[in-house]
Design a protein around this ligand. Structure first.
Ligand code: FES
Length: 296
């Protein structure tokens, strides 16, 4: 758990629940982490980071390489998992450390005296559940259902009774791929604008399944080839084009680019279905057509 405050102790920029922060880790990598603190608290931000020993090194660097008082370089991230205020009801689903943006959302609702929400929180066991003590007490406890499967997929919570009947609730889900896929499958009959996903882990696609294609930059007309082994982002950078990016795993929203022509192969966890023909996350998504024309 990291609590960040401004160097001068002044107020930090406001954020909305669901937002993330892009951080330069001590090892020099850019990583995005959801803010888990209350948006009403403007003198500090909080991040909860699970050290992934088998990850790409960002979380280990944060956990092992930072000590109290260190200076951390951060960039305010975009928010593609923003809590829509004023909805009749909310159903939150979190898995493991995916609780972080959801915690911020619950803080935000409680701050506004909104009580019409429920959280289904899936973890392996009580002892390894982030924020278990906090969530077991009021004002959270009466909204929270813990589901522990002991690491056995056969004991996973069955969400079908929760999602079988559609309603006017908004669903927010953040967790590992299996949980997200399961909730996605069970909410296919819900209006897509009521179902929102964030993720913090993307299953890599075998590069041998990728095809070559090219991207054309609208402003200059320049055509840049993208090989099967590289992402659009890598190809653009190699060609000297400056494009923002952070997580490079399709989850943070930093590398969003307007799509003007061509058919994209969307592999991110940011865009909604109704955005598929006008935007692309270039760190992971590719092309189904031979060329994409980008708004760059
Ligand atoms: S860099 Fe984060 S979604 Fe592409």
């Amino acid at each position: 758990m990291f609590r960040l405050s401004a160097l001068d102790g002044e107020r930090l920029p406001a954020f909305k629940a669901g937002a993330h922060l892009s951080v330069k880790t001590p090892s020099g990598q850019n990583r995005s982490y959801s803010l888990c603190s209350s948006p009403s608290e403007n003198h500090f931000y909080e991040l909860a980071i699970k050290k992934e020993d088998k990850g790409r090194g960002g979380s280990s660097s944060m956990v092992d390489g930072l000590k109290e008082g260190d200076l951390l370089e951060v960039i305010e991230g975009a928010n593609y998992f923003e809590l829509k205020q004023g909805q009749p009801r909310y159903i939150f689903v979190a898995g493991g450390i995916g609780i972080t943006p959801i915690l911020s959302m619950m803080h935000s609702l409680l701050h506004e005296d909104v009580e019409n929400f429920v959280l289904h929180y899936c973890t392996r066991e009580k002892e390894s559940t982030p924020f278990f003590d906090l969530l077991s007490q009021e004002p959270f406890a009466s909204h929270v259902h813990f589901h522990h499967d002991g690491g056995d997929p056969k004991r996973s919570f069955d969400f079908w009774p929760v999602f079988e009947k559609t309603s006017n609730a908004h669903i927010y889900c953040c967790g590992p791929q299996g949980l997200m896929d399961s909730v996605r499958d069970m909410t296919g009959h819900w209006p897509s604008e009521q179902v929102h996903f964030e993720s913090f882990g993307v299953t890599p696609v075998d590069p041998s399944l990728n095809a070559e294609f090219s991207v054309k930059l609208q402003s200059s007309g320049k055509v840049i080839p993208v090989s099967a082994q590289q992402s659009i982002l890598q190809a653009l950078k190699q060609a000297g084009q400056q494009v923002p990016s952070s997580c490079e795993s399709g989850t943070c929203g930093s590398c969003r680019v307007g799509l003007l022509e061509g058919e994209a192969d969307h592999r991110d966890f940011v865009l909604m279905d109704d955005e598929f023909d006008k935007a692309i996350m270039i760190c992971v998504s590719r092309a189904k057509s031979e060329q994409l024309v980008l708004d760059l």
